[in-house]
Design a protein around this ligand. Structure first.
Ligand SMILES: [Zn+2]
Length: 139
Protein backbone atom coordinates (compact mmCIF):
# COMPACT_ATOMS: atom_id res chain seq x y z
CA UNK A 1 0.00 0.00 0.00
CA UNK A 2 1.32 3.46 -0.92
CA UNK A 3 2.03 5.84 1.98
CA UNK A 4 -1.05 8.01 2.57
CA UNK A 5 -0.29 11.57 3.69
CA UNK A 6 -3.77 13.14 3.63
CA UNK A 7 -5.77 13.80 6.81
CA UNK A 8 -7.34 10.67 8.28
CA UNK A 9 -10.58 10.35 10.24
CA UNK A 10 -10.52 10.20 14.03
CA UNK A 11 -12.14 6.87 14.79
CA UNK A 12 -13.88 6.71 18.17
CA UNK A 13 -16.42 4.52 19.93
CA UNK A 14 -19.33 6.39 18.34
CA UNK A 15 -18.24 6.23 14.69
CA UNK A 16 -16.28 2.95 14.79
CA UNK A 17 -19.15 0.89 13.27
CA UNK A 18 -19.12 3.17 10.21
CA UNK A 19 -15.37 2.73 9.67
CA UNK A 20 -15.45 -1.00 10.41
CA UNK A 21 -18.25 -1.31 7.86
CA UNK A 22 -16.28 0.57 5.21
CA UNK A 23 -13.31 -1.70 5.82
CA UNK A 24 -15.62 -4.69 5.33
CA UNK A 25 -17.08 -3.24 2.13
CA UNK A 26 -20.38 -2.18 3.68
CA UNK A 27 -21.80 1.35 3.96
CA UNK A 28 -23.29 1.52 7.47
CA UNK A 29 -25.72 4.18 8.64
CA UNK A 30 -27.84 4.53 11.76
CA UNK A 31 -31.55 3.75 11.78
CA UNK A 32 -33.94 5.00 14.46
CA UNK A 33 -36.05 2.27 16.05
CA UNK A 34 -38.67 4.84 17.03
CA UNK A 35 -39.30 7.02 13.95
CA UNK A 36 -37.44 5.04 11.28
CA UNK A 37 -35.23 7.92 10.16
CA UNK A 38 -31.80 7.03 8.81
CA UNK A 39 -28.74 9.12 9.60
CA UNK A 40 -25.23 9.14 8.19
CA UNK A 41 -23.85 11.29 11.02
CA UNK A 42 -23.11 9.01 13.98
CA UNK A 43 -25.11 10.20 16.98
CA UNK A 44 -26.28 8.94 20.38
CA UNK A 45 -29.82 10.23 19.93
CA UNK A 46 -32.00 10.40 16.82
CA UNK A 47 -31.75 13.91 15.34
CA UNK A 48 -35.38 13.67 14.30
CA UNK A 49 -37.23 12.41 17.39
CA UNK A 50 -34.56 12.28 20.12
CA UNK A 51 -34.91 8.53 20.68
CA UNK A 52 -31.81 6.63 21.85
CA UNK A 53 -33.01 3.55 19.92
CA UNK A 54 -30.40 3.81 17.17
CA UNK A 55 -28.93 0.79 15.47
CA UNK A 56 -26.41 0.38 12.67
CA UNK A 57 -27.73 -1.00 9.40
CA UNK A 58 -26.21 -1.59 5.98
CA UNK A 59 -27.24 1.00 3.38
CA UNK A 60 -27.92 -0.15 -0.15
CA UNK A 61 -25.00 1.89 -1.46
CA UNK A 62 -27.26 3.45 -4.09
CA UNK A 63 -27.35 7.23 -4.16
CA UNK A 64 -27.74 10.36 -6.25
CA UNK A 65 -25.49 13.36 -6.50
CA UNK A 66 -27.16 16.17 -4.56
CA UNK A 67 -24.50 18.85 -5.05
CA UNK A 68 -20.78 19.17 -5.70
CA UNK A 69 -17.92 21.59 -6.08
CA UNK A 70 -14.55 21.46 -7.79
CA UNK A 71 -11.61 22.50 -5.62
CA UNK A 72 -8.94 24.39 -7.55
CA UNK A 73 -6.84 25.18 -4.50
CA UNK A 74 -5.12 22.66 -2.23
CA UNK A 75 -6.15 23.55 1.32
CA UNK A 76 -3.87 20.76 2.55
CA UNK A 77 -0.47 20.43 0.83
CA UNK A 78 -1.04 16.68 0.45
CA UNK A 79 -3.99 17.36 -1.89
CA UNK A 80 -1.86 19.41 -4.32
CA UNK A 81 -1.35 16.54 -6.79
CA UNK A 82 -5.14 16.07 -7.01
CA UNK A 83 -6.12 19.65 -7.89
CA UNK A 84 -8.64 20.18 -9.38
CA UNK A 85 -10.63 17.60 -7.41
CA UNK A 86 -14.31 17.24 -6.60
CA UNK A 87 -16.07 17.32 -3.24
CA UNK A 88 -19.62 16.05 -3.42
CA UNK A 89 -22.73 15.91 -1.27
CA UNK A 90 -24.33 12.57 -1.99
CA UNK A 91 -27.90 11.67 -1.09
CA UNK A 92 -28.28 8.04 -0.15
CA UNK A 93 -31.31 6.05 -1.26
CA UNK A 94 -32.27 5.87 2.45
CA UNK A 95 -32.32 9.66 2.70
CA UNK A 96 -29.20 10.88 4.52
CA UNK A 97 -26.68 13.08 2.75
CA UNK A 98 -22.95 12.84 3.24
CA UNK A 99 -19.78 14.45 1.97
CA UNK A 100 -17.65 12.33 -0.32
CA UNK A 101 -15.77 12.32 -3.60
CA UNK A 102 -16.92 11.06 -6.98
CA UNK A 103 -14.49 8.69 -8.65
CA UNK A 104 -14.42 7.01 -12.05
CA UNK A 105 -15.62 10.05 -14.00
CA UNK A 106 -13.98 13.26 -15.27
CA UNK A 107 -14.90 16.34 -13.22
CA UNK A 108 -16.46 17.89 -16.36
CA UNK A 109 -18.87 14.95 -16.65
CA UNK A 110 -20.19 15.15 -13.08
CA UNK A 111 -23.86 16.19 -13.06
CA UNK A 112 -26.19 16.97 -10.17
CA UNK A 113 -28.77 14.19 -9.91
CA UNK A 114 -26.59 11.54 -11.52
CA UNK A 115 -27.10 8.02 -10.12
CA UNK A 116 -24.21 6.75 -8.02
CA UNK A 117 -23.08 3.61 -6.27
CA UNK A 118 -20.79 3.35 -3.28
CA UNK A 119 -17.10 2.71 -3.88
CA UNK A 120 -14.60 1.75 -1.17
CA UNK A 121 -11.03 2.97 -1.21
CA UNK A 122 -8.63 1.44 1.32
CA UNK A 123 -6.03 4.15 2.00
CA UNK A 124 -4.25 2.66 5.03
CA UNK A 125 -4.35 -0.69 6.80
CA UNK A 126 -6.95 0.74 9.19
CA UNK A 127 -8.92 3.20 7.09
CA UNK A 128 -11.14 2.64 4.08
CA UNK A 129 -12.77 5.77 2.65
CA UNK A 130 -16.31 5.79 1.30
CA UNK A 131 -16.50 7.32 -2.18
CA UNK A 132 -19.04 7.08 -4.98
CA UNK A 133 -18.86 6.16 -8.65
CA UNK A 134 -21.39 6.67 -11.45
CA UNK A 135 -24.03 3.94 -11.64
CA UNK A 136 -25.17 3.89 -15.27
CA UNK A 137 -28.13 1.59 -14.49
CA UNK A 138 -29.39 4.07 -11.90
CA UNK A 139 -30.65 3.48 -8.39
ZN1 LIG B 1 -36.15 8.90 15.49
Amino acid sequence: MKPYDKPLPKIDALNAPYWEGAKAGELRIQACGHCGRHSADPARLCMSCGSPELSWVAASGRARLWSFGIFHKAYFPSFAPDVPYNVAIVELEEGPRLYSNIVGVANDDIKVGMPLKVHFEAVTDGVTLVKFAPAPDGP
